[in-house]
Design a protein around this ligand. Structure first.
Ligand SMILES: Nc1ncnc2c1ncn2[C@@H]1O[C@H](COP(=O)(O)OP(=O)(O)OP(=O)(O)O)[C@@H](O)[C@H]1O
Ligand SMILES: [Mg+2]
Length: 227
């Protein structure tokens, strides 16, 4: 099953063409690494999957359902089954780890007891058992990263978007966490779209790699390289 699809997507910011006739198919449970120079449109691709940006032309689909097309958002971000972890983790400093992780469930009005159980379950899954009452700012960079991951995974997304999530960590820790992300993905089964500019991380994470080039006047090539 195709989990994420772009069909002939064109997007410009003002006069600048970011993507032109861009097509992509990501299968369920695939781990796609998106590679490319700064400004080539990697984050923009994720933002279109998330539903913050609509393609000017073309269609974006999730699980074979069009979610944006021809300049319109058809399905809003919160209804797409898409989770996100970005480089700037944006953890809420005034909330504990368990409040951060459980926030999405609270918004969805999940009862307190069930929320507590699911928060504990997910903290254990990401290796943070017992950290619930701590403040995010008291945690190490790697631990904060796991909180951000738990916060996304607790909503059981079909698709997880990660935009250079490990780039603020030192290399050995980043590689360790990259292996953990793969382990989690295999266990939980979400489809992963992962942006990185680091070769080692790409090799650990990806079952497939998409290299995008900065758009010039010629047409964008978007044929994924398979490795
Ligand atoms: N809202 C916006 N308005 C105008 N231009 C934008 C907007 N968002 C992104 N851009 C431009 O679109 C281009 C692609 O941006 P994008 O953030 O997708 O690049 P990127 O590949 O993620 O780069 P990096 O590796 O630096 O994060 C950039 O030139 C950026 O300046
Ligand atoms: Mg970016």
């Amino acid at each position: 099953m195709t989990m994420v699809a772009f069909e002939n997507v064109t997007l410009r910011y003002g006069e600048r063409v970011i993507l032109e006739n861009f097509s992509l198919r990501v299968k369920k449970r695939e781990r796609l690494v998106i590679f490319g120079p700064s400004g080539s449109g990697k984050t923009t691709i994720l933002r279109m999957v998330a539903g913050f940006v609509a393609p000017e032309r073309g269609t974006v689909s999730i699980a074979d359902r069009p979610v944006s097309a021809d300049g319109r958002i058809l399905v809003p971000p919160e209804k797409r089954g898409v989770g996100m972890v970005f480089q700037d983790l944006a953890l809420w400093p005034h909330m504990s780890v368990e409040e951060n992780v459980g926030f999405g469930l609270m918004v969805r009005k999940v009862p307190k007891m069930e929320r507590k159980r699911r928060v504990e379950e997910i903290l254990e899954l990401v290796g943070l058992k017992g950290f619930g009452s701590q403040n995010p700012s008291d945690l190490s960079g790697g631990e904060q990263q796991r909180v951000a991951l738990a916060r996304a995974l607790i909503l059981e997304p079909d698709v997880l978007l990660m935009d250079e999530p490990l780039s603020s960590l030192d290399r050995p820790l980043a590689e360790h966490l990259a292996h953990e992300i793969v382990r989690l993905q295999k266990r939980v089964g979400f489809t992963l779209l992962y942006v990185t500019h680091l070769e080692e991380e790409a090799a650990i994470i990806g079952t497939r790699r998409l290299t995008i080039r900065k758009h010039t006047s010629s047409s964008q090539t978007s044929r994924p390289e398979i490795f």
